[in-house]
Ligand binder design. Structure first.
Ligand SMILES: NC(=O)c1ccc[n+]([C@@H]2O[C@H](COP(=O)([O-])OP(=O)(O)OC[C@H]3O[C@@H](n4cnc5c(N)ncnc54)[C@H](O)[C@@H]3O)[C@@H](O)[C@H]2O)c1
Length: 384
């Protein structure tokens, strides 16, 4: 086990059970190892071979049937749903119906009506239904949130958030494996699409900072229709998010544009910037804006913001992520133990899902203004 523990963080004593023992489940186990107060009771996967390999690798009890696993849990336990997105709705529903709190990998469901039904079911049963990602509880996101609350950059006016992952079809993704040997599920990732898979990483931060998104103007397209296993799912999206509280954000997702995971909060006094979405310890910097003679300058180096106390246990990098995936389940268990509301709310889970689906499903026509004038492309100059 690699990684570094740099702080106490929220104590989440309690018990979790995992459903799905694939690629991300290994990242959860590495993260849960940083929370010794949390016991992993058992794991279920509908693929017996994967269940056996995963359970043996981590020394866990594997349970072949979902019903058997759910029957073994007690009130106050949390089920962590790490199955593929198309299975989320049915699994989340089964867990809630069995009376258990759920932490679901994103999205809660593939359709808004399903997500709403789950949200209603959780409310009727008095259960928590929380959605990943939980990096919003991580150090970088919380430093940014604290800086926004303190007005470090002045009034936030505009946010640019990029989740461009690089030209993934050309990457050697066939060689990407998790610790227990699960292959990176590229076919599923391409079929579900980078917006449903990744928009939440910054959307959760934006919603934490600014609250409700009241309007989304978005477009999405498949710009790499020749990639292996292409299904017509958008592999690019761009959205303008209009927050009820005032700021406007531009959020971009793609698996085509060069890797860029910057988030910039542009305020009256300067720019708050993070350059990595998937690293809890990513530096957060404030670039002050000032005038020098006749030039407008934003401090190119920036002042790094630091936590005033230890934040939470950190996890070493595996592949693209240096994130503690257990922060969400730990927060749920801490809230249960302390009899307080969970900072990751059921409403946040539904809102995140609704906004993400609006972007994913925007296509090329939602709100598009059809242009009637025409213009031919230009020939290059003879010397070019
Ligand atoms: N791959 C990543 O890097 C990554 C990172 C963060 C989050 N996630 C999210 O984690 C989730 C899982 O992704 P993954 O990469 O681990 O996929 P995966 O295909 O590697 O693993 C999913 C596992 O769930 C099991 N499963 C599927 N349907 C099931 C069902 N109905 N009942 C029981 N088991 C079932 C599969 O057999 C598989 O072992 C997705 O929501 C994904 O968005 C993935």
């Amino acid at each position: 086990m690699t990684g570094r523990q740099t702080g106490s963080g929220p104590r989440g004593a309690g018990r979790v059970a995992l459903i799905g023992g694939g690629f991300v489940a290994d990242l959860y186990m590495r993260s849960l190892a940083r929370h010794p107060d949390i016991t992993v009771l058992a794991v279920h996967d509908h693929d017996p071979a994967r269940l056996g390999t995963f359970a043996a690798h981590w020394g866990l009890r594997g349970v072949a049937r979902l019903d058997d696993l759910l029957a073994q849990l007690a009130p106050g336990d949390v089920v962590v749903n790490l199955t593929n997105p198309r299975a989320h709705y049915a699994i989340n529903r089964a867990c809630l119906e069995a009376g258990h709190h759920v932490y679901s990998e994103k999205p809660l469901a593939m359709e808004l009506a399903q997500a709403r039904a789950l949200h209603d079911l959780a409310a009727a049963r008095g259960l928590m239904l929380v959605s990943a990602p939980c990096s919003v509880l991580g150090e970088a996101a919380q430093l940014l949130l604290g800086a926004v609350r303190r007005g470090v950059a002045g009034v936030p006016r505009l946010v640019y958030a990029e989740l461009d992952d690089g030209f993934i079809p050309a990457a050697p993704y066939g060689k990407w494996q998790s610790e227990s040997g699960a292959p990176w599920p590229h076919a599923d990732e391409f079929a579900v699409g980078c917006t449903l898979e990744h928009a939440g990483y910054y959307l959760a931060w934006l919603i934490a900072m600014f609250g409700r998104v009241e309007r989304v103007v978005a477009a999405s397209a498949e710009v790499l229709p020749d990639k292996p296993g292409a299904t017509g799912t958008p592999d690019f999206s761009v959205a303008a998010l209009f927050f009820e509280s005032g700021p406007v954000a531009r959020l971009t997702c793609s698996i085509a544009a060069p890797h860029d995971h910057r988030l910039r909060v542009i305020g009256d006094k300067g720019v708050l910037q993070v350059r990595e979405a998937w690293n809890n310890a990513a530096p957060v910097r404030f670039h002050r804006r000032f005038v020098l003679r006749r030039r407008l300058i934003e401090d190119p180096f920036g002042r790094r913001l630091r936590a005033r106390a230890p934040s939470h246990p950190k996890v070493g990098r595996w592949g693209a992520a240096a994130m503690n995936f257990a922060l969400g389940p730990a927060e749920m268990l801490a809230a249960l133990a302390q009899g307080r509301a969970c900072r990751l709310t059921n409403d946040m889970a539904l809102h995140l899902t609704e906004v993400t689906l609006a972007i994913q499903n925007a296509g090329r026509d939602s709100g598009a203004q059809v242009i009637e004038s025409t213009c031919d492309p230009m020939e290059a100059a003879a010397w070019a």
